[in-house]
Structure formats: structure tokens, C-alpha cells
Design a protein around this ligand. Structure first.
Ligand SMILES: Cc1cc2nc3c(=O)[nH]c(=O)nc-3n(C[C@H](O)[C@H](O)[C@H](O)COP(=O)(O)OP(=O)(O)OC[C@H]3O[C@@H](n4cnc5c(N)ncnc54)[C@H](O)[C@@H]3O)c2cc1C
Length: 310
């Protein structure tokens, strides 16, 4: 068992976890951050939209965050994977690292993000282009593909993505991969002049990570320069929150997400969730802010408790 006088353990060190760690350090909280260093956007070559970091490689974001965290003596950074989080007898939580070490903490922030399950989409060749030629967020990658021939992969929910992408390009084709769209979506897309390919996709053709075309099982080939996925194919990267009894709710896209308030506080005392794990998709800047806000809330609460006891 490691140090038993911790205030906080943060599991996950993407922007959400590192945003939390930075404010924890600045607030003198005795903190351990454990990070497997495999952020969700690791597949990309450049991240966009993060003020002062536009175009940065995902590795660079982690490296700078680690470097800046070294200033804060009360924060220890551990590389590796947490295997288990469980309630400790006598209160708090036991955090078990895969290498056998364990930490006891009164509070835990879960910042392990989401994972995208490409296999669920049944789009052969997607692994060659995901994050470099096929994306999920127009704000992150739309600019680089403005005016290009775009594909949207999706059934239910594709209309929202198409209407968004029209901001960047007028040439958007929907590939439903064998699914039938409901009548009202089909009508709306047709009214806006959007072509819908409803056959099954044979494979995505690409070169060095760039999408070139979508081949359909009927033998046709539709030339496309980039694509965006409208389907739900993601979920929490770890089951720690669910294992600790955190309930689920639905987000603005009607997708299931873990339930926590805007500060990351869950209904389970001492358990906080931040970043993608809380929202399903935060983006880097919002994830960093989420982590930071969560620790501010924790420090406020601790200060108020101390104040009322004194
Ligand atoms: C293809 C793609 C492109 C994107 N491009 C952009 C972009 O350009 N701009 C933008 O703002 N957003 C972008 N995003 C979204 C962005 O990556 C996420 O919103 C953001 O990374 C969420 O931050 P997070 O800290 O919540 O999770 P993550 O960044 O995923 O970090 C989670 C961390 O937890 C660690 N972890 C997981 N399990 C464990 C464990 N058991 N023990 C210890 N550590 C663990 C992981 O290794 C990882 O380091 C993109 C996403 C994708 C998929």
C-alpha cells in the first residue's frame, strides 16, 4: 500500500485528468495521477481548436502537461493502468494499479475517457483512415476539408451531421451501410439535395490515411475526400464508474452517458467523473476545463468543511 495520506487520486491523464491535476497541485492537494497515456485522439496527427495549441500532435499535449505538472510537489504522476477501483473498508477508495501497487484515497476523479469501437460500424478499411481521413467532429477537422467531397457514415442521426457539415461543404453524400432511413429523414435529405447511398459498404479506399473513395458491395465506387461518422460507436473506456454505482443518463444526442453534475460530482460520495467520461465527447479544451472545475469544486467543499469545523 502506498501513501495513505492522500487527498485525491486522478485516474486518467488526458486533458480532463491533467486539467484536474494542475489545479490540485496549485491547491496543495496531495494527489496521485495515474495515466495509461493512450488518449482517445491518439489516432490523429494534429488536434485543433485548443487555444494556443491549435495543430498540436496529441503526444505534445501530454508531454507539455507532464512537464508543467513537475512544478507541483504535492502531485505524483504515475504511468500505467489502473486495474481496479473499489470502496475501502473504513471509507474512501482503494485504487489498484495493474503492477500491484495500491493507493487509498478519500476521493477519486475518473478521467479515463471514451473508447471508439470501430468494429461496431462494419466499415472495412476504416482503421486505415480513422482520425486522418474519417472523423467524428466537424469543429475538430471540418476546416481542413472545407469544399471537399465529404461522406457521412450513419443511419439514425445522420441528418444532424449532414446539416452541420453543410457549413464546410455543399457536397455531402450519406452512406447508410445497408440501413433504411426513416421516412422523414429521407424526405428531409432529399429536399436538401443530399444523395443517400443505402447499399452496404464493401470497403473504404485510402492512401496514406486519406480517404479516396467508398466502394459499395454492388461494385460501384463513390469518390470522396474525407468522411465523418454520425453513428454511436463509443462508450466509457473503463467500467470504474459503473462498478462504483454511478448511474447513467442520456446526453443531448440521446446517447447514454454517466450521470454527474457540471462539477463532475456523482451521486456516489467521493466519486467524480470529468471529460469525455462525463459527456461522451467534450473536446480537448472543454475536457481540460471540466477537470479544472471539478477540483475547484472539491477544494471549495473541503474549505467550507474546515471553516465550519473551526
Ligand atoms: C479522431 C478524433 C479526433 C479528435 N480531434 C479533436 C480535436 O482536434 N480537437 C478537440 O478538441 N478534440 C478532439 N477530439 C476529442 C478529444 O480527443 C476528447 O474529447 C478528449 O481527448 C477528452 O479528454 P479526456 O481527458 O476526457 O479523455 P482522453 O483524452 O481520452 O484521456 C483519457 C486518459 O485516460 C487514460 N486511461 C484510460 N484507462 C485508464 C486506466 N485504466 N488507468 C489509467 N489511465 C487510463 C488513457 O490512457 C488516456 O490518457 C478528437 C477525438 C477523436 C476520436
Amino acid at each position: 500500500m502506498q501513501d495513505t495520506t492522500l487527498d485525491l487520486v486522478i485516474i486518467g491523464g488526458g486533458p480532463a485528468g491533467m486539467g484536474a491535476a494542475l489545479i490540485a497541485g496549485r491547491s496543495l492537494l496531495r494527489t496521485v495521477v495515474i495515466n495509461a497515456e493512450s488518449p482517445r485522439n491518439a489516432v490523429t496527427r494534429a488536434s485543433h481548436g485548443f487555444l494556443t495549441r491549435d495543430g498540436a500532435h496529441p503526444d505534445a499535449l501530454v508531454a507539455v502537461a507532464k512537464e508543467q505538472l513537475r512544478e507541483y510537489d504535492t502531485v505524483a504522476y504515475e504511468t500505467g493502468r489502473v486495474a481496479k477501483v473499489e470502496p475501502a473498508s473504513g471509507g474512501g477508495f482503494l485504487i489498484k494499479h495493474a503492477d500491484g501497487r495500491a493507493w487509498r484515497t478519500p476521493q477519486v476523479i475518473l478521467a479515463t475517457g471514451y473508447r471508439d469501437d470501430l468494429d461496431r460500424l462494419e466499415l472495412p478499411g476504416l482503421d486505415q483512415v480513422y482520425g486522418t481521413g474519417v472523423f467524428i467532429c466537424p469543429f475538430c477537422d471540418g476546416f481542413e476539408h472545407a469544399g471537399e467531397r465529404l461522406a457521412v457514415f450513419g443511419g439514425l442521426g445522420c441528418e444532424l451531421m449532414v446539416s452541420m457539415l453543410r457549413n464546410w461543404s455543399s457536397d455531402v453524400v450519406v452512406f447508410t451501410n445497408g440501413r433504411t432511413l426513416d421516412a422523414s429523414t429521407s424526405r428531409d435529405l432529399a429536399a436538401h439535395g443530399v444523395t443517400v447511398e443505402s447499399g452496404r459498404v464493401h470497403r473504404l479506399v485510402s492512401d496514406d490515411g486519406r480517404l479516396q473513395a467508398v466502394e459499395l458491395v454492388d461494385g460501384r465506387r463513390v469518390e470522396r475526400d474525407a468522411g465523418f461518422i454520425a453513428d454511436d460507436f463509443s462508450g466509457p473506456a473503463t467500467s470504474f464508474a459503473a462498478d462504483l454505482g454511478v448511474a447513467t443518463t442520456r446526453n443531448f444526442l440521446d446517447r447514454e452517458v454517466l450521470q454527474a453534475d457540471a462539477t463532475g460530482k456523482t451521486a456516489v460520495d467521493g466519486v467524480y467523473i470529468v471529460g469525455d467520461m462525463r459527456t461522451g465527447f467534450s473536446g480537448l479544451l472543454a475536457a481540460a476545463n471540466d477537470g479544472s472545475d471539478c477540483v475547484k469544486h472539491i477544494v471549495h467543499t473541503l474549505a467550507a468543511e474546515r471553516w465550519s469545523r473551526a
